[in-house]
Design a binder for this molecule. Structure first.
Ligand SMILES: Nc1nc2c(ncn2[C@@H]2O[C@H](COP(=O)(O)OP(=O)(O)OP(=O)(O)O)[C@@H](O)[C@H]2O)c(=O)[nH]1
Ligand SMILES: C[S@@+](CC[C@H](N)C(=O)[O-])C[C@H]1O[C@@H](n2cnc3c(N)ncnc32)[C@H](O)[C@@H]1O
Ligand code: SF4
Ligand code: SF4
Length: 336
């Protein structure tokens, strides 16, 4: 098959897709932006508006015609989908599947997911103690998540990134999480800047530059990824051990270099394309026939623009909507 990749007007080739398989979740994290899908609604039977497994696979097959090389399954909580293994097994050849999950359903399923072809997994674990974890997630599943991490490591779903959202409630736990990954084989740490744009509570945000500065003093080596211009810090264990770990910072907020290198599009649980996590506008895939999926993909790529630096522009130190775009940005969600 001849594959033709698509570039947006800003020269950004679309090489990855994030698929939200559901907007449901069994946790209720205080910071949750839910990938811009609105409130998570609690665990309940699959909703009628969720894409079926064969529809997800058809979308991925079409995207692979356009040389999209990576798919990330996310949510809500993607492991609430009991057909996740079937979906992973249907990912077309040449496309690498990975998963971002809260980890609570990994015990007992990690091996099956690996057998289905899942390459690796990112697990949200914001702290090392059950109390902080419970306060943040409104869930008592701390031990279960740790078991999930072990199950994923055992199944070879590595490198395994632990995701920590950095904001006022987690900042003090960052050093122990850094030590933890430095000491543990197969674990990496991803520090995600709290995004108030879609979660609200701008007062919870902390200055991520302080975390960069601290890591510069803690790291032996620093590298920059082309993708999103992300910085990676290689750190050593502090005790007797000579093991090392890697810490990556995901800092999109007010960061035009992050958006300038963004090659990702999104598929929502109800079958629409979004060109940017932060934008409210989405493109329907109509009847989900291959031709409609192709049409919608071309349409969303044609309207993709870097969010910071283009969709929003800086005026007097504030990020304001560029008058060229008339669709509103996502209004902040209420507590979610
Ligand atoms: N604004 C924005 N945020 C992102 C983007 N990619 C990741 N994030 C943030 O990082 C969170 C965690 O995403 P993951 O899927 O675990 O991480 P990732 O870095 O995208 O995944 P890998 O690089 O595949 O490990 C997302 O839910 C977002 O909050 C992006 O392109 N734009
Ligand atoms: C919305 S969750 C969906 C997948 C899964 N339920 C999980 O928690 O990993 C995806 C990622 O978004 C991150 N996240 C959620 N709300 C955020 C916010 N307001 N700012 C930054 N990252 C956020 C979470 O930590 C998680 O790593
Ligand atoms: S961040 Fe928390 S509440 Fe949001 S989808 Fe993931 S586990 Fe659920
Ligand atoms: S905020 Fe920037 S990096 Fe994130 S999806 Fe939008 S354009 Fe891409």
């Amino acid at each position: 098959m001849i594959r033709v990749s698509l570039e947006d007007e800003f020269g950004r080739t679309v090489s990855g897709v994030r698929v939200s398989l559901t907007d449901r979740c069994n946790f209720d994290c205080v910071y949750c932006h839910n990938e811009g899908l609105g409130d998570t609604r609690g665990p309940r039977a699959p909703a009628d508006d969720e894409l079926a497994a064969d529809e997800v696979i058809r979308i991925l097959e079409v995207l692979s015609e356009f040389d999209v090389e990576r798919v990330k399954f996310t949510g809500g909580e993607p492991m609430l989908r009991t057909d996740l293994e079937e979906i992973v097994a249907g990912v077309p050849e040449g496309m690498t599947p990975s998963l971002t999950t809260n980890g609570s359903f990994l015990p007992g399923r990690a091996a099956d997911l690996a057998a289905a072809g899942l390459e690796r997994v990112n697990i949200s674990q914001d702290a090392m103690d059950p109390e902080t974890f419970a306060n943040l997630t409104k869930s008592g599943a701390y031990e279960r998540v740790l078991e999930g991490v072990d199950a994923a490591l055992e199944a070879g779903l590595t490198p395994l990134k632990l995701n920590v959202v950095v904001f006022e409630a987690t900042a003090e736990h960052v050093p122990e999480m850094v030590d933890h990954v430095a000491e543990s084989d197969g674990l990496q740490l991803q520090l995600i800047e709290y995004m108030p744009e879609i979660a609200g509570h701008p007062e919870w945000a902390i200055d991520v530059d302080r975390v960069h500065e601290w890591l510069e003093t803690r790291a032996d080596r620093i590298e920059r990824r082309d993708m999103h211009d992300r910085r990676r810090y290689h750190v050593s264990a502090t005790g007797e051990s000579d093991s090392t770990g890697m810490v990556e910072i995901v800092d999109p907020v007010g960061n035009p270099s992050f958006c300038a290198n963004c090659g990702r599009i999104r598929v929502t649980h109800d079958g629409r394309f979004k060109g940017c996590l932060n934008r409210a506008d989405a493109h329907s895939m109509g009847d989900l026939s291959r031709s409609e999926i192709r049409r919608a993909f071309r349409a969303v790529v044609a309207t993709r623009v870097p969010y910071y630096g283009e969709y929003l522009i800086e005026r007097d130190g504030e990020w304001v909507m560029n008058d060229e775009y008339d669709s509103p940005i996502n209004p902040p969600e209420a507590d979610s």
